[in-house]
Design a protein around this ligand. Structure first.
Ligand code: AMP
Ligand code: MG
Length: 401
C-alpha cells in the first residue's frame, strides 16, 4: 500500500473538522474571529453634517469684505440634538463634531476670529473668508447607508470592530471558536512540577498543542495524559464527548506494542495511516463516538509539526478563515542537508526576513530535538523527491510567526 500524501491527509483532516456554526457574538468577544456575513451599513457615517473644527458656523457669502463683525446667535456643543436655523448676517459658535445648523454652509476655525473659549459674547470678528463647504464633514462622507462596509471572510481586528461600533452594531455574525480536547498518552509521562524517577519524562506535548490551539484561535481543553491503558483512555475521554468539537491525541500510534491510541480506536471509525512525511509519519483521523479525532505521533517535534501541517489549517478553516496557510518564502539554506526519498521533510530553521532571505537549519532531523524546535521560527520544506540539498540551495520555508 502506498503511503498517504501530505496533501491527502490534510484534506481528510479538514473535511473531518468541518465548519463551526455561525452565531451572533457581542463585539468584545469577536477579536480575531471571522465575519460570517457581509455587514450592510444601517446608517451613514457621519450620520449628519458636522463641524471639523472648533469655530463659527457661517454663510460663506457673509464673509466677503473681511474682517467682518457679526452677531453670535447660538452656541452648539457636540451632542446637541436640536438646532436653530442660521439667519443671514449672523454666526453660531460650533464645536468639533457638533451638527451644522440649517442655513450655514461653512465653518470658520476659532483661530481666524477674535472669539475665545469662554462664554459667548454678543459679536465676533472674523478675519478670513472661507469657501462654502469649508470645515464641514458631510453626512455619508465615510460610509453611505446600505454600503457593504465589511465583507464575509474579513478577520475582525480593532479597526473593523471600531467601524462596527460606529455603525451602532452591538453584535456581529461569526463562526465560533472550536473547542479542542488535547489528550497526551504515555505511561512514562510525569506532570511538570512533580518529582521525576529514572525512566520517566516530563509531559510536554500537551502544553505545546494546547498553546497551538489557542494561538490558532481555538479553545483548548488540556487533559493531561493517560497511561498506556485502553480502558483509561476511554474513561478519560467520556466526560468530554458532548462538549468538544475536536479531539487531538498524541502518542500511541506507531508500530510498537502498547500503542494505546491505536488499540483504543482501531475498532472505531478511525483510520491509521503512514503519511509520506518526516517527521510525523504515523497519523490517524476519524470519529470517536461522533467527535472528530486526530491522532498525532508522540515525539514532540512530530506532534508539533503534525499540528502545524494538518491541524492548524483545519482549525482556521473551521472558523471561516480564507487564508489558512502560513506565510511562505523562498530562501537559501546556509548548510546542506539530507532528506529521505519519497517523503516530504519538514526541517526546523531560523529565518531572518531582514537578512536577504537566508535560512539556517537548526538541529538535525531527529524528532526528539525539542530545543532545536524552540530555537526555530520556520519549517524548511524539502520536497518528496529531493534527497540532498547543498549549502546555498533554494528552499521554501513556512514562517511560523
Ligand atoms: P509514542 O508515539 O507514544 O511511541 O512516543 C514517541 C516518543 O515520544 C517517546 O519517546 C515518548 O516518550 C515521547 N512522548 C510521547 N508523548 C509525549 C508527551 N506528551 N510529552 C513528551 N514526550 C512524549
Ligand atoms: Mg507512547
Amino acid at each position: 500500500m502506498s503511503p498517504t500524501t501530505v496533501a491527502e491527509h490534510r484534506q481528510r483532516v479538514a473535511e473531518l473538522v468541518g465548519r463551526m456554526p455561525v452565531l451572533q457574538l457581542p463585539l468584545d468577544e469577536c477579536l480575531g474571529l471571522v465575519l460570517a456575513a457581509d455587514v450592510i451599513a444601517p446608517l451613514s457615517l457621519p450620520p449628519f453634517d458636522n463641524s471639523a473644527m472648533d469655530g463659527y458656523a457661517v454663510r460663506a457669502a457673509d464673509l466677503v469684505g473681511v474682517p467682518v463683525r457679526l452677531p453670535v446667535t447660538d452656541d452648539i456643543p457636540a451632542g446637541r440634538t436640536e438646532l436653530s436655523a442660521l439667519e443671514p448676517g449672523s454666526v453660531q459658535r460650533i464645536m468639533t463634531g457638533a451638527p451644522v445648523p440649517p442655513g450655514a454652509d461653512a465653518v470658520v476655525q476659532v483661530e481666524w476670529t477674535d472669539g475665545g473659549p469662554g462664554t459667548i459674547t454678543g459679536t465676533v470678528t472674523i478675519n478670513a473668508a472661507v469657501e462654502a463647504g469649508a470645515n464641514i464633514r458631510t453626512a455619508g462622507d465615510d460610509v453611505q447607508k446600505g454600503d457593504a462596509v465589511l465583507v464575509a471572510g474579513t478577520v475582525l481586528r480593532p479597526a473593523q470592530l471600531g467601524l462596527a461600533s460606529a455603525l451602532g452594531l452591538a453584535e456581529l455574525p461569526v463562526r465560533r471558536r472550536p473547542r479542542v480536547l488535547i489528550l497526551s498518552t504515555g505511561s512514562e509521562l510525569v506532570e511538570p512540577g512533580q518529582p521525576l524517577q529514572q525512566g520517566q519524562i516530563y509531559e510536554s506535548n500537551g502544553m505545546m498543542l494546547a498553546s497551538s490551539v489557542r494561538e490558532a484561535g481555538g479553545i483548548a481543553v488540556q487533559l493531561r495524559f493517560v497511561p498506556d491503558d485502553v480502558d483509561a483512555f476511554h474513561r478519560a475521554l467520556a466526560p468530554y464527548l458532548g462538549s468538544v468539537d475536536v479531539i487531538v491525541t498524541s502518542g500511541g500510534v506507531s508500530a510498537g506494542a502498547y500503542e494505546v491510541v491505536k488499540d483504543a480506536l482501531v475498532s472505531h471509525d478511525v483510520r491509521f495511516t503512514k503519511v509520506a512525511m518526516q517527521p510525523g509519519g504515523p497519523q490517524g483521523a476519524g470519529r470517536y463516538e461522533g467527535v472528530p479525532v486526530l491522532t498525532l505521533p508522540g515525539n514532540p517535534v512530530s506532534a508539533q509539526v503534525s499540528f502545524e501541517v494538518f491541524v492548524r489549517p483545519a482549525l482556521l478553516a473551521a472558523m471561516g478563515h480564507l487564508q489558512v496557510e502560513r506565510t511562505t518564502a523562498r530562501a537559501t539554506i546556509t548548510t546542506g542537508l539530507t532528506s529521505p526519498a519519497g517523503r516530504t521533510q519538514f526541517r526546523r530553521g531560523a529565518y531572518d526576513p531582514s537578512s536577504g532571505q537566508v535560512v539556517t537549519p537548526v538541529g538535525g532531523p531527529g524528532s526528539h530535538l525539542l530545543s532545536a524546535l524552540a530555537l526555530s521560527n520556520c519549517l524548511i520544506e524539502v520536497p518528496q523527491d529531493v534527497t540532498e540539498l547543498a549549502a546555498g540551495a533554494e528552499v521554501t520555508i513556512r514562517y511560523l510567526q
